[in-house]
Design a protein. Structure first.
Lengths: 318, 318
């Protein structure tokens, strides 16, 4: 890499919002996104990659703002016909979203890697930035709950996050090879910052951190590593983060998130409503920025992205 | 079988029209349809069964009358999105048709037979009659042409039947097991007639006749076996039958069709415009019926079906 560049580490919806903001401030060569693939699964014979697709659709402006997943201007004739046949309909796949999943599955069966397919699709969607699956190897989040261990999608979609979680494991992670492009970017002298996006720590960021080498590369990279709290005023904007925190008996605070990532971080971004936690987080040795982290509008997304880039600049100057 | 019953032997569009007519005259237990599966193929990772689906959609009143294939009230959002991704679009799959193919593929991978899946789908579509794939084993029509040997779908869809045919083979047929329900019906003392529908002899009926035992069972069954000519006044209503006849240097006549099936037949139905061929066909030892065989309206379909049933009745009385 000859250009100063950033690596954002992200899951689906919440992280994709910040990724969109970053993509409006940085050229294609300046931003790569390391994406969770541990909620990928096979369904209806198709390889589904929820976080990759959310990121692609979001960066392309093709995401469905009502659902938070899937494509905008979607139709559901496939699902309706599948329901009439008695097929499995618990995981909704729109007609146009289905094309992405069918074509990805075809290409994977033809021998392409998930990274290759993802790059090709991102290009077709007109995305200049690099979308990097954390690994091309299979990793599957398993959710331990009081109702037993289950797949992530069974927990998240079929059971609607209702069972109380007791823990997580990322099956296959120990044997997975970190995407070499992620390694290359983390080792690059031109790396200007790495950003842990405000995604669910347990099921979006931790799986990426579970791929061997990822944590060491973050600790050893020359650039500042920062995180944005997904917990704001004791709540998560979307998804089961805070519910999981309660079930795991950990505090639902930005401070806990900072603590969770502490060994990797140089800086931390927290919301103005959590200003009172800044001192505790600073006392962990982290430089903090207090700003609005709730991303409702595109301007919010760009504003938070700018704050992140500024924090990395401040840390580079230290 | 305790009821008097009929077996119709059919491919896609032309045969399905007569099958629909028969279905209006016969109760569910009185009619089974032995269907060609040699144009089944795998596409986009899916098991596609064109003739089975044409038959199911036709009997259910769900067929697309404009295209002649696929489902009525269809949408094409999947195909459009697939085209945008650079996927294979030469074989058109509507959004609702796709559900049938995805669910069939799932059930086959889960260990069900094509016969089981077909029976389940026919039931979901409200069809009381039995739809019997000729075999549950893979058989694939290969078309020999002056442009080389190719798969049936490559010839039929991708090449639009343009290459001149020099012959056909049905790969796998020699090892395929005839659907036991077809055997059971042909051996039944209650069989009242077997009808070769007006489908393409080369690529719709011959593959069924190529499954070991099928011809012997037709010759040995106690009921009359009749055929309906797919060639009327030197033309085929739809499809490449007559083009193939020219390329194979055989006469494009009902007489040739009667000759082709001769060893299996007791009777033959030909169109009024071909009345002049009746004497030649009778001279082969076949009892003929001359009627309108061009099925434009539902009444035409029922009328031809009635003529077929009457011919079998006549032959039973001989």
């Amino acid at each position: 890499m000859t250009t100063e560049h950033y690596l954002a580490i992200t899951g689906g919806i919440g992280g994709a919002k910040l990724a969109l903001g970053l993509s409006r401030l940085l050229e294609g060569a300046q931003l790569a996104l390391a994406v969770n693939t541990a909620d990928d699964f096979e369904h209806l014979g198709l390889h589904i990659s929820p976080d990759i697709d959310t990121l692609v659709y979001t960066l392309a402006g093709e995401n469905n703002p009502e659902t938070g997943w899937g494509r905008k201007d979607e139709s559901w004739n496939f699902m309706q016909a599948l329901a009439e046949l008695g097929g499995e309909t618990w995981f909704a796949l729109g007609d146009r979203d289905l094309a992405v999943n069918v074509e990805r599955t075809q290409r994977l069966r033809g021998g392409q890697t998930l990274s290759q397919v993802t790059a090709a699709f991102a290009s077709k969607f007109g995305i200049a930035h690099q979308i990097l699956p954390m690994t091309d190897d299979p990793v599957a989040t398993r959710v331990m709950t009081t109702a037993g261990e289950m797949t992530f999608q069974d927990y998240f979609v079929r059971e609607r996050c209702e069972p109380a979680v007791t823990g997580f494991r990322f099956a296959g992670a120990e044997c997975a090879s970190l995407n070499p492009e992620i390694v290359s970017r983390l080792e690059s002298p031109q790396l200007a910052g790495a950003i842990l996006c405000p995604s669910n720590p347990f099921v979006s960021i931790d799986p990426i951190l579970a791929v061997p080498g990822m944590q060491d590369h973050l600790r050893e990279c020359r650039a500042p590593v920062i995180a944005v709290s997904p917990v704001v005023g004791g709540s998560a904007i979307k998804g089961p983060t805070v519910k999981m925190m309660a079930e795991l008996s950990v505090p639902n605070t930005a401070t806990w998130v900072a603590q969770h990532y502490r060994s990797l971080l140089d800086g931390f971004v927290l919301d103005t409503v959590d200003e009172g936690m800044a001192a505790d987080i600073e006392s962990m040795g982290l430089t903090t920025v207090i700003t609005n982290t709730v991303m409702v509008t595109l301007e919010d997304r760009i504003g938070l992205a700018r704050a992140c880039l500024q924090l990395t600049a401040t840390l580079r100057d230290i």
